[in-house]
Design a protein around this ligand. Structure first.
Ligand SMILES: NC(=O)c1ccc[n+]([C@@H]2O[C@H](COP(=O)([O-])OP(=O)(O)OC[C@H]3O[C@@H](n4cnc5c(N)ncnc54)[C@H](O)[C@@H]3O)[C@@H](O)[C@H]2O)c1
Ligand SMILES: O=C(O)C(=O)C[C@@H](O)[C@H](O)[C@H](O)COP(=O)(O)O
Ligand SMILES: [Zn+2]
Length: 372
């Protein structure tokens, strides 16, 4: 699939794709830093060996797992490795991992010598459909999620479906959170495909990854989600307009992740965040009850959470004020006016926000249930 824009590139989706890597790296690259987490060392080393066999000077930088890898200390570690190996502007970074790894590696590549090539080898469902595509890079600071980063398109993305064989169910389901997001903001067919067989999609994921299941709905879900993302980032790389729709559910989600010190998977937090945003739109009189119900139903059907503890409002609000969509004191949310009708809600009444929080709080009896 193709991502257009000032720096276009391809997202290659298939099985056993390592042979595609040199073409994505292009000519003149001599040294390659392969960045992977400790948990993905086997895959990282396989990529390194393959590159070395083809004449590249390839080395591996192992970084801490998941959000622990998205820190300035880890970026410094990677810059040090590159400095000591004399990386020049004609050298490159290859990430092998989930979204946390692609975010960190993209940031490192975008800042080294003010920018060298990066190719992402996405190994989680979430990285394939979202994180590796689009060029947003990021690290966390003590104050919040992704507060430092760059817009830096990769030279290419490889989505090797074989990686999904080893992905735990928990992480596969987290990836479905971002896929469902694409369904609600832009492509209702995604919702229909999942609603037709939610349990089958989750349970047959291993067979699909090995190719045993033949053409599968999961492949269509990946392609449709990449298409949604590509169509948006192709026209708005730097998040000045349309790209904000990809942030549906993320204001509340990032606040949960921060408050929970990143013990929640991003996709699970996005799930609750979408229900929060849907409730906000409903309470503002913009979204009908049935679409809000559809959020809860589809997310629950694949095993994603739709509630969060009810005693964290002050901390969540503090974290939400640091969201990148905020302008000055004005909190801004991506909401829906209907399925595939994304819009913005700016400066909502604090009482409305608190009411939406009450609706997603654990053990909450929704106001609609009370009114019945
Ligand atoms: N830049 C963007 O546009 C963008 C978009 C969405 C999400 N993100 C970021 O992506 C991150 C979430 O990504 P994620 O859900 O992939 O999490 P992750 O990168 O933390 O990976 C989840 C877990 O899966 C393991 N893993 C990775 N590949 C595996 C495989 N093939 N088999 C077995 N285990 C494997 C990892 O080691 C990790 O423990 C968050 O930091 C989020 O902010 C960025
Ligand atoms: O690509 C985008 O733009 C997105 O918002 C996609 C999100 O799924 C992703 O989590 C992104 O990293 C969030 O961006 P942020 O600007 O809110 O940090
Ligand atoms: Zn996300």
């Amino acid at each position: 699939m193709h991502v257009s824009g000032a720096q276009p590139y391809d997202v290659v989706i298939g099985r056993r794709l390592l042979g595609e890597l040199p073409a994505l790296l292009g000519e003149n690259v001599r040294r390659v830093l392969v960045i992977c987490t400790e948990a993905m060392t086997t895959s990282g080393n396989a990529v390194r060996e393959d590159l070395a066999a083809q004449g590249y000077e390839a080395m591996v930088a192992e970084i801490p797992d998941a959000e622990n890898g998205k820190s300035i200390d880890v970026a410094v570690f990677c810059w040090t490795v590159m400095g000591q190996a004399d990386f020049t502007r004609s050298d490159a970074v290859v990430s092998v991992g989930g979204g946390a790894t692609t975010d960190l590696a993209g940031f490192v590549a975008s800042t080294w010598l003010r920018g060298i090539k990066v190719v992402h080898i996405a190994t989680t469902l979430l990285a394939m459909v979202d994180a590796a595509v689009g060029g947003k890079t990021g690290i966390n600071t003590a104050e919040g999620k992704n507060l430092v980063g760059t817009f830096y398109p990769p030279a290419g993305v490889l989505c090797d479906l074989v990686s999904l064989e080893t992905l735990p169910k928990f992480d596969f389901v987290a990836g479905l959170g971002e896929i469902i997001k694409c369904g609600f903001i832009a492509d209702p067919r995604i919702l229909e495909l999942i609603e037709a067989d939610p349990v089958g999609i989750v349970e047959r994921r291993g067979a699909f990854a090995s190719g045993d299941a033949g053409e599968d709905v999961v492949l269509e879900l990946i392609e449709r989600s990449v298409a949604v993302k590509a169509s948006v980032v192709g026209v708005d790389l730097t998040d000045v307009g349309q790209r904000e729709i990809l942030n549906y559910g993320h204001t509340f989600a990032h606040a949960i992740e921060h408050v929970e010190r990143y013990s929640w998977r991003h996709g699970a937090a996005v799930s609750v965040g979408m229900v929060f945003a849907a409730e906000l739109a409903r309470l503002a009189g913009r979204l009908p009850d049935d679409v809000v119900d559809r959020h809860r139903a589809i997310l629950t059907s694949v095993g994603l959470p739709v509630t969060y503890r009810g005693d964290k409002w002050d901390q969540l609000l503090t974290a939400m004020r640091r969201d990148k969509k905020t302008r000055g004191d004005l909190l801004r949310f991506v909401v829906l006016d209907g399925v595939a009708k994304p819009a913005r809600l700016e400066g909502p009444d604090p009482a409305l926000l608190a009411a939406a929080y009450a609706e997603v709080s654990e053990g909450a009896v929704t106001s609609r249930a009370i009114s019945l």
